[in-house]
Ligand binder design. Structure first.
Ligand code: 3PY
Ligand code: MG
Length: 251
């Protein structure tokens, strides 16, 4: 099976840069995946991307060395399994607040006897290779988003879940859940403490912790602080910033 180079880097203690695809287009997915990210995530939670467009985006990413990931919109196992069948090499699951939720998530991403992922690997085999089914449990990345106060309270139990590969903080939802204004790099003391608690729990469990950032500079700061799965904003954020700057310069 084609190795999951992003997972290998994380297991080796290295940091990983992840591109974030909010624009529902195989063309912009291909552009992003060509820029040297270790992995690229197709967002099906907040982006206006449906499953069939996501498949074309996964196909575009597959023409590059970037590892294709997908964020699902809920804890429903069926879309997780379907995106893995479509060739995603990892699933990012939002709003994981308890160990039970984390267990349900990883169960959907692992074939028996470890989990209960249903058989039907479709594009998984085309992208991964003929031995996909026997190797998928080792190669597929499982990333749980911690983005609620309850998730922070339970973070040690979540991090201890076998087969969960990484924790990933959604700072905007974390702010909202703690009653603060959403901001990727909030300096609110409660938010700062919650984010630090997740980082420390990941370190205790020996699992990498990631965070969504608003820019590459912000991601550099997070990396210095110990985060190892870094998202420097999305394709839509980048396009907005560049277009705004161009218009401002010409105005
Ligand atoms: C958040 O900040 O809540 C996220 O989910 C980032 O994608
Ligand atoms: Mg979120």
């Amino acid at each position: 099976m084609r190795p999951n180079s992003a997972k290998r880097k994380l297991l080796a203690g290295e940091s990983v840069n992840c591109g974030w695809l909010s624009i529902p287009s195989s063309y912009s997915a291909e552009i992003m995946a060509r820029q040297g990210f270790d992995c690229v995530n197709v967002d099906l939670q907040h982006a206006m991307t449906g499953f069939e467009t996501a498949v074309t985006m996964l196909q575009a990413i597959a023409t590059t060395d970037a590892i294709p990931l997908a964020r699902v919109g809920s804890h429903d196992p069926a879309p997780m399994m379907k995106l893995l069948d479509a060739g995603a090499y990892g699933i990012i699951c939002p709003m994981i607040s308890t160990a039970e939720e984390a267990e349900g998530f990883v169960d959907a991403c692992r074939y028996p006897p470890i989990g209960s992922r249903s058989y039907g690997p479709a594009r998984g085999v085309l992208y991964g290779g003929a031995d996909y089914v026997s190797c998928a449990n080792d190669e597929i990345l499982t990333i749980a988003m911690i983005e609620t106060g309850q998730g922070v309270e339970n973070v040690d139990a979540i991090a201890a879940v076998d087969q969960l590969d990484a924790l990933f903080i959604g700072p905007n939802d974390m702010c909202m859940d703690l009653g603060k204004a959403p901001k990727a790099e909030s300096d609110d003391p409660d938010v700062v403490a919650a984010i630090e608690a997740v980082l420390q729990a990941g370190n205790r469990a020996g699992k990498p912790v990631g965070i969504f950032c608003s820019s590459a500079d912000a991601a550099l700061g997070r990396r210095s602080a110990g985060f190892r799965f870094l998202v420097p904003g999305s394709d839509a954020n980048s396009l907005t910033g560049i277009a705004r700057e161009a218009v401002a310069k010409l105005s």
